[in-house]
Design a protein around this ligand. Structure first.
Ligand code: PEP
Ligand code: MG
Length: 596
């Protein structure tokens, strides 16, 4: 159905992949099939079950064919998404529940499947974990394919897009994206989805601007409409006026200039004017992010979050999967080092079959290393994968949520046992692989002098450290005003940890979000941090400010901050210090520009 032509109409979504583009809309109509609801005769029930099972089999065959046809190596690495869809097509609940409904209620397949989906959808919506909740969209892609097969409808042929277009869809199936010739795609916009939906993840890793969660995009936009999309702010303009187009083009140029300016710092050493050298590394959770980490000047991976390997599936990753993933990471980042953090599940992230989120205080519950020490088979499998991969590059192991000496000793004992097993089996690994503890619980920071004797390095996780030290839930918006990285307590804790580590002769990294803020990075430098790990995009701006500073002046700044009694006074002091010290404002402006 054609919709009314919109002119200069602004709609707001969620910026999912950076960049501003202008282009013609290409509408992918995906879920707009009308579902017939019919009751069926008793004698026709088994025939209907067969019709449903055939549609499932057709869907499996089509997805397998799509998967096999992906030859582009850049796209092949995303083909795992199709495996997720194939897994859903084998889901007992989906199939059996629908078959049961056909038999018991004597209704047609479309109706029965729709009822099953309703149940599954409600269950998904109740999930708190954003990543898992987002996987509802996978269920929708798969069901839309089954419906189309049941109805004998053709699937949109989007392999033949011409020109350069902005893809507009209710939601994009990864199967769709994987089939597209990306040379013709300038951007993606979708009605649904969040920052970590597949469309978002995929477009970021492909470097294609995207806006998701627009809700009304497919109902307001006609194929061929001119669109402007801003993947940073989440704005979309339908058929913009000349004036609006010009203002976006101007903004795009300004951002590009600032980005180019700041990117110049990416490849330079992270060294202060008075010759103090630190290591700036990347926090990542997918191998696909390695090129971006390198482009932004990361000297290695300071935090490889491994949770993603466990999420979005019913079974557990095998030793071989762990091994292959970490091996690729080690090889891709070589000669730099990658720090692999063992599973940090629990709290706000949980595995479907294990740590059900039914604890009264999940943040204080069976999280991270506690979970690993309880489910030692899962832990040992991961450890063997890391150890085996360590033969192919430089890897370090990092244990999350360490609260004291016993825990670190127990975890290290398991590493030793797995090492012995590999030695006996003559499997190669790095016998000197370094082991680190995350410092994110106050008890660990208070006993840092003791812990420092047990490990090769520390990594301070300020995201959690602030939560636990200040008793402020990191995801509770009602107390977020109390979440203060510059609280005098936090500064004292960090300084104490660095002193203990240095006395024991081990380096200290920081991998919490705090490291990515230039002003905070200078304070951390002044407190003696050796390594800074952050999202790749922030590396150049932090590098720039470090290179413009003298270590000595950051030490003086820290001394001054330690005289101040409250977080707000410290924050104020730092802001005015930065404004005086960097009057050209380029660093601040850049951050605001991107957020604006
Ligand atoms: C932290 O707590 O600072 C950290 C880096 O870990 P995560 O955010 O994954 O808990
Ligand atoms: Mg943490």
């Amino acid at each position: 159905m054609a919709v009314q032509q919109q002119v200069n109409k602004f709609i707001q979504g969620i910026g999912a992949s950076s960049g501003i583009v202008i282009g013609k809309a290409y509408l992918v109509e995906r879920f707009k099939v009308r579902l017939p609801q019919k009751r069926i005769e008793e004698g026709a029930v088994e025939g209907e079950v067969k019709r449903f099972l055939n549609a499932i089999q057709d869907s499996r065959d089509q997805l397998t064919e799509i998967k096999e046809k992906i030859l582009d190596p850049q796209m092949r690495k995303h083909a795992f998404i199709l495996d997720v869809h194939l897994m859903i097509l084998n889901d007992e609940m989906l199939i059996q529940d629908t078959v049961d409904t056909i038999r018991q209620k004597q209704v047609n397949s479309e109706w029965a499947l729709d009822l099953t989906l309703e149940k599954l959808d409600t269950a998904f919506k109740a999930i708190e974990d954003e990543y898992l909740r987002e996987r509802r969209s996978d269920l929708h892609y798969v069901s839309s394919r089954i419906f189309r097969n049941l109805l004998g409808k053709k699937h949109d042929d989007i392999t033949k897009i011409k020109g350069k277009v902005i893809i507009v869809a209710h939601d994009l199936s990864p199967a769709d994206t994987l089939q597209m010739n990306l040379e013709h795609v300038a951007g993606f916009i979708t009605d649904i989805g969040g920052k970590i939906s597949h469309t978002a993840i995929l477009s970021r890793s492909l470097g294609i601007p995207a806006v998701v969660g627009l809700e009304v995009a497919t109902s307001l936009i006609n194929g061929g409409d001119l669109l402007i999309i801003d993947g940073d702010t989440g704005e979309v303009v339908i058929n913009p006026s000349e004036e609006v187009s010009q203002s976006f083009i101007k903004r795009k140029r300004r951002i590009q200039t600032l980005e180019r300016e700041i990117l110049k710092y990416a490849s330079l050493p992270a060294e202060t004017r008075d010759g103090v050298r630190v290591r700036l590394q990347a926090n990542i959770e997918m191998i696909e992010e390695v090129p971006s980490a390198k482009m932004h000047g990361a000297e290695g991976v300071g935090l490889y979050r491994t949770e993603i390997l466990y999420l979005n599936r019913k079974d557990l990753p095998t030793e071989e999967e762990h091994f292959q993933t970490y091996r690729r990471l080690a090889e891709n980042i070589y000669p730099s080092t990658a720090t692999i953090r063992t599973l940090d599940v629990g709290g706000d992230k949980f595995l479907s079959n294990y740590s059900k989120n039914n604890e009264l205080n999940p943040a204080l519950g069976l999280r991270a290393i506690r979970f690993s020490m309880k489910e030692t088979d899962i832990f040992r499998t991961q450890l063997r994968g890391i150890l085996r991969a360590s033969a192919y590059g430089k890897l370090r192991i990092l244990f999350p949520m360490i609260s004291g000496i016993e825990e670190i000793r127990q975890a290290k004992a398991l590493v030793e046992e797995e090492k012995n097993g590999l030695l006996k089996a003559k499997v190669p690994f790095d016998q000197g692989i370094e082991i680190g503890a995350m410092i994110e619980i106050p008890s660990a920071s208070i006993t840092a002098d003791l812990l420092a004797r047990e490990v090769n390095f520390f990594s301070i996780g300020t995201n959690d450290l602030i939560q636990y030290a200040l008793a402020v839930d990191r995801i509770n918006e009602h107390v977020s005003y109390l979440y203060e990285p510059l609280h005098p307590a936090i500064l004292r804790i960090i300084r104490g940890v660095v002193q203990s580590a240095h006395q024991a002769g081990i380096p200290v990294a920081i991998c919490g979000e705090m490291a990515a803020e230039p002003a905070y990075a200078l304070i951390l430098l002044g407190m003696g941090l050796d390594e800074f790990s952050m999202n790749p995009i922030s590396i150049p701006k932090v590098k720039k400010v470090l290179r413009l500073s003298r270590f000595e002046e950051t030490q003086t700044l820290v001394d001054q901050l330690f005289q101040l009694p409250t977080a707000s006074e410290i924050e104020c002091f730092v802001r005015s210090w930065m404004a005086k010290r960097f009057p050209d404002h380029l660093i601040e402006c850049y951050t605001e520009e991107v957020k604006a």
